[in-house]
Structure formats: C-alpha cells, structure tokens
Write a protein that binds this ligand. Structure first.
Ligand SMILES: [Zn+2]
Length: 134
C-alpha cells in the first residue's frame, strides 16, 4: 500500500493504449520516470499523451510514446504560477504585494484606481512610461 499503480512509470505505460510489450515498457520507463520527476502527474501526462496519440494512424505505439515523452514541455502549472507572469513590471514601493490587484492607488476623490506607474492595465500606464508620443 501507499504506492498507487499510477505513480509507477512501468504501470503507467502499461495502462496506455497500444498494448506495449514488456521490453517496450522497460525501454520507455526512464522517460516516464523523468516526466514524473519533472512534475508531470500521471493524470496530466495521460491527458497530454492522449491528445497527441492517434491510435488509428499509429504503426508503432512505442515509437510514438518515445517521441512524445522525449519532447515533453514543462509540466502544466497551477493557477498560482500562471498568475506571476514574467512580463509584469516591478511594483512600486508603496503596494502591499506584487500581485496586480494590489497595485492600486486612490485619486484625489478617494476612488481606487490602477496604479499608473506599475499596473500595465492602467489607462495611464503607457503614457507615463513612454518618453515620446506620436
Ligand atoms: Zn504602483
């Protein structure tokens, strides 16, 4: 117990369509193990493979799986990681955190607005950062 069949690379491969033979599974196991070590879960990896595997056109399932597994991108991230986009500029010093919802200021009337200095979606953001205007 404590070891679900899904987390075992060989068992994972045996569960894929194509009826891989045991030598084929043994040959692919290091690739699947690497994928799991990189952060892929059996669920996300199975979905990824199924989206790319076309059973009716496949002559050699093990070759297809080898190609897919050896070209895997970074595993899908959770919403938290998607939130921190690299193209978001650094925040000014007077916000509580780097998240965009926190990059607000109040105007003279006390209304909350997006910070024009560090919030890319502020209507004044581009204007304030651009030195020339067309
Ligand atoms: Zn700011």
């Amino acid at each position: 117990m404590g070891h679900t069949p899904d987390s075992d690379p060989a068992a994972f491969l045996a569960g894929l369509p194509g009826n891989l033979t045991e030598p084929q599974i043994i040959g692919l196991t290091p690739l699947a193990a690497t994928a799991f070590a990189r952060g892929w879960s059996p669920q996300t990896l199975r979905t990824y493979i199924r989206n790319r595997y076309r059973a009716d056109n496949v002559v050699s399932p093990s070759a297809v799986y080898r190609r897919i597994l050896s070209r895997l991108p970074a595993p899908p991230r959770r919403a938290v990681a998607r939130h921190a986009r690299p193209d978001i500029p650094p925040q000014c010093t007077d916000h509580l955190g780097p998240d965009l919802p926190m990059r607000t200021r109040e105007d003279d009337a006390g209304r909350v607005m997006k910070c024009p200095r560090c919030h890319p979606y502020s209507p004044d953001y581009r204007r304030s950062s651009a030195t020339t205007d067309a």
